[in-house]
Design a protein around this ligand. Sequence first.
Ligand code: E4P
Length: 217
Amino acid sequence: MKFFIDTADIDEIRELAATGLVDGVTTNPSLIAKTGRNFLDVVAEICDVVDGPVSAECVATDHETMMKEAAKLSAIADNVAIKVPLTPDGLKTCKALTDAGTMVNVTLCFSAAQAILAAKAGATFISPFVGRLDDIGEDGMQLIADICDVYANYDFATEVLVASIRGPRHVVVAGQLGAGVATLPPNVLRQMFKHPLTDKGLDAFLADWAKTGQSIL
Ligand code: E4P
């Protein structure tokens, strides 16, 4: 299971990449807007820090302009994955880009039917947004189960990238379902390290060790 980090904050990316657990990064226009920085500069910096796929999203809605934006974004680094929305023009762009060997992340997926279209368009990644479905009273992880089921029947190259994750439980269920990638907000990756018994156990071990008066070094 690969972990991407869902942020455009370069300091967070540097810190979390240092754990050795980060396989890529996803950004979106809202995350870029939060930084207050130039989009192209931010993507270039992220690509310097992380070797794996870095998703950078087109903001045009028509195929022709998306292709132009994709060319500009792809020129930043070899590991840029172009993000396109799940629309007819987005999938047309996806097909053209993947045919030419560019990685594409199809975003804003909210149904298994949409995920089938993305796979047929040759998407490298399909991004179903589980948290936003939960937010409206639907079951986001059921969508992941449905997509994994359908994809398992074919030899689609598309990886399921679980997006809009709200907590560690989403990550665990994504793993149980066999999703290839989870994109984690930084706080969720940090939460995954935590268990009160780990802290309690470590305190007890260190207290007992101190009583021995020994030192390893
Ligand atoms: C994924 O690529 C998206 O950037 C992200 O996961 C959206 O998450 P949100 O619903 O928390 O905004």
